[in-house]
Design a protein around this ligand. Sequence first.
Ligand code: WTA
Length: 647
Amino acid sequence: MTEAKIHPPSAEFVKHAHIDAAKYDEMYARSVDDPEGFWGEAAERLDWFRKPTKVKNTTFDYHNVSIKWFEDGELNVSVNCVDRHLATRGDQVAIIWEADDPNVTRHITYKELAVNVNKFANIYHELGVKRGDRVVLYMPMIPEAAYAMLACTRIGAVHSIVFAGFSPEALASRVNDSKAALIVTADEAPRGGRNTPLKANVDKAREITGPVKTLVVERTGGDVHMEEGVDIGYTAMFEKASDTCEPEVMNAEDPLFILYTSGSTGTPKGVLHTTGGYLLFAAITHEYTFDYHDGDIYWCTADVGWVTGHSYIVYGPLANGATTLMFEGVPTYPDVGRFWQVIEKHKVNQFYTAPTAIRALMRHGPEPVERYDMSSLKVLGSVGEPINPEAWEWYNEVVGKGKCPIVDTWWQTETGGHMMTPLPGAHATKPGAAMKPFFGVQPVVLDATTGKEIDETECEGVLCIKDSWPGQMRTVFGNHERFINTYFQDYKGYYFSGDGCRRDADGDYWITGRVDDVINVSGHRMGTAEVESALVAHAKVAEAAVVGFPHALKGQGIYCYVTLMEGVPYTDELRDELVGWVRKEIGPIAKPDFIQWAPGLPKTRSGKIMRRILRKIAENDFGALGDTSTLADPGVVDDLIDNRMNK
Ligand code: WTA
């Protein structure tokens, strides 16, 4: 591979940046040589009721994985994100809300945020939610979603956000798994000019979960069914709620939130993050990665249903006293200039989005961008999937006018915050490279077969992390064994990310994509096992195998091989029906791109499906199928190839 073009930051940018190259080197060295000292000092950026005297107590030992940071410290997240800013910046805008409708905007100051969060916390009290209880949020991108999150932290409840694009079935399984005491939702969620019926989805989910109490925020005022004694309207409660609520004193290791995410096997896992380490890591990465300065307007286009929304719309920015923009809509409504219009309107300084959005917008050429004034932009960010160099260059030239460093941030739901990224004033960037580890993060590249660390600078292998960092997940909710088996079993002594990576001759890191059965569709993580189990839940399906394949817009698409029950005819109508079925079972993001009929699947003699072969066929790469001699019936491969070519 030829080495990419290198883009250094301008001297002017470096001059004003928090971290330049020398400072990065010095701070990084200290963060790994003396993690106690580095993180002990860093923790002073938070307000503690009781300052921690212990910093790090962690082990990746397979038999005994345990991760504790600041274990005797006490704090409250809402105090850090709201109260402590009141004295210095009470009248500063905390949240700019840009509605789906381009004519509707709200500005919420820190003072107003405090009132809203306290009232929301008192509503929880009124509804009987107690410290440690789980609250499921199934919300549109409205400020009330942030209030609902922060209010949980105020009373020590644990939120579990379910992305509003998930189906009632997916919602129900998460409500059940977390044994939620309350659901918070809205009547409807406007997106792209259409309303998603959130409350009606909750009603359907409750047919599975039973009657879970539900607080309904009146977003559109649409007509929804309110069940006596189970459903509670938000506005009426809000009006009578007191605006002061004492914050709970939480231990640094008390649970903060659960977020379900897909893995290579089984149902989604409840990733559990705790209070002190997570907040510190979200805050410090937000400040340094985006080079956030006081007074900047910062916009992350993610949804609070994903970890990016947790760490980089709500917790990181608000802990730093930032102004964070929350956007309810989609990049293409009312037209493909919407992102750029919002940047001009609110004079956005840092803009953080996903490659899939960039690819979708670059198809429309530079004109929709050029209609708007982009001069406020200072830093551009990318997250969620590898960014292809074409999209990177377009982002750089057309959006950033060549003057905004691009931070390509590699991280995961499990890591809580950025793990590898260039720091904009410290590193020259390379299109498609995640570049350097953040402070305290020790990436290693392992040989996939031997599990040994590769010492050569230039190499490729699986990406693991050698030691803990404060934002690391602590466990899988209710299943510590699954936590250990998923992340610490394959490569003993390391955290295994599930990603592959390459280290170039300069020692910079490039993420090459997942090495497990997780696929990345438009920056959203999807377990192939989840799609398979949705397919086999259909009465006519006997067996299914799902793989990812390269997709120009989505990064990866969903390719399904389906074997029908004996005697069921393979028809186009049934194929369409199955596409709709998966969409309904999981949600629109899981909609299959292709269903290929597979009267037989390639299996080993022990019955294991050989996905490697299925991936190659899906990619139309028939020359490189590798060894098929271990198959029980090698003939099925030829049939699948014939089928594929005839489509
Ligand atoms: C992928 C999203 C390449 C990766 C924050 C990871 C990336 C998974 C990048 C986590 C990036 C995320 N470059 N790949 N900059 N960022 N990924 O949990 O495969 O939704 O393991 O967290 O997304 O997805 P998750």
